[in-house]
Design a protein around this ligand. Structure first.
Ligand code: UT7
Length: 324
């Protein structure tokens, strides 16, 4: 049975960079009080990239996908499946994956979206791996892309300072060499009250609350425990020790979550890839953005073992162990 191996990665961030000071000044004009100091101390975030109003998730995803294809040295026509994780799709339908399929002219690819919020990329990668292992696909484009700025309540300081926009992608291909060596996904829908965007369009009208709402402290505690347990479980099942992991690439929500996680697992800070200082929380895009950065800056060279982790709305969470 072939392995599924990451053979290329790419990312795209919208050009508009908004520092904490810029954001605080902008929010002050609405009477919303925040500061660079509060955001840095509570989250580790220093800035975020924000898409201009009207820019769609598919546009970010298409540029990340093209970058991943180029990095892999692959043609779009060689892709037989596109799995795209997002909670901010362009439309109710068609799926954002289909829009990317058209944009890159992946004429031989099936395409669908995965909706698992901040765990979306880990869910999408695991889905893609199963297709490859079953022999149903050879080359899969796996994308995490979001325009979370479009679902934020910019009058709610407890959430609007936390998120950014962006997209990351990998090409996952069938290989005789080890690639993904373990994966485990989880869900608990009873946790919906602590994180949701519980609105939709029905009979042509917005029904419910379409903005992201979060009980930050409850999510914080849940995230630390879920990621800790998930790391132990996926390593146990794969027969590897936590000491064998070269780099952890957890969902980028809060630097304090990453520090707690590292401490609980006995993993030193230098093994944890951090991008949230520059990107903020980009939901499904955060893990592939961090993965791409760690590949491009020479940390994730071939042979290194990486633990990818997601946690977010649903609730959903999970881990994937990847030999690069
Ligand atoms: O991607 C999905 C996963 N998401 C997460 O993992 C997020 C997890 N949660 C967190 O990261 C943190 O809970 C937050 C960053 C959201 C909040 O940090 P916290 O240390 O839990 O702060 P808090 O909610 O307890 O708020 C402390 C204070 C409050 O004021 P009082 O009641 O103590 O007077 C808030 O009103 O900070 C206030 N506050 C702010 N002050 C300035 C909340 N947001 C802001 C703000 N600027 N932006």
């Amino acid at each position: 049975m072939p392995y599924a191996k990451i053979v290329g990665s790419g990312s795209y961030l919208p050009p508009k960079v908004v520092s904490n000071d810029d954001l605080a000044a902008d929010l002050a004009t609405r009477g919303v009080e925040t500061s660079d100091q509060w955001i840095r101390e509570r989250t580790g975030i220093q800035q975020r990239h924000l898409a201009e109003r009207g820019v769609k998730t598919s546009e970010l995803a298409t540029l990340a996908a093209k970058a991943a294809l180029e990095d892999a040295g692959a043609q779009a026509s060689e892709i037989d499946l596109i799995v795209l994780a997002t909670s901010t799709p362009d439309f109710v339908f068609p799926s954002t994956a289909c829009l990317v399929q058209a944009n890159i002219q992946a004429t031989n690819a099936a395409a669908f979206d995965v909706q698992a919020v901040c765990s979306g990329f880990v869910y999408a990668l695991t889905t893609a791996e199963v297709y490859i292992k079953a022999g149903r696909a050879k080359n899969v484009l796996v994308i995490g892309a979001e325009t979370f700025s479009s679902i934020l309540d910019w009058n709610d300081r407890s959430t609007c300072v936390l998120f950014g926009d962006g997209a990351g992608a990998v090409v996952l291909s069938a290989s005789e060499e080890p690639g993904i060596i373990g994966a485990k996904l989880h869900a608990d829908g009873t946790k919906m009250p602590i994180l949701s965007a519980a609105g939709n369009v029905s009979y042509g009208e917005v029904v419910g609350d379409p903005f992201l709402r979060m009980d930050g402290q409850a999510v914080f505690k849940f995230a630390v425990n879920a990621l800790t347990q998930s790391a132990h479980q996926v390593c146990d099942e794969a027969g590897v020790s936590l000491d064998d992991i070269d780099y952890m690439i957890p969902h980028q929500a809060n630097l304090r979550i990453l520090s707690f996680l590292g401490r609980k697992l006995g993993v030193s800070d230098d093994k944890i890839v951090v991008t949230l200082d520059k990107h903020a929380n980009t939901s499904a895009a955060s893990v592939p953005l961090a993965l791409d950065q760690a590949r491009k800056d020479g940390r994730l060279v071939p042979g290194k073992l990486a633990l990818l982790q997601g946690v977010g709305g649903g609730f959903t969470w999970g881990s994937v162990l990847v030999r690069m």
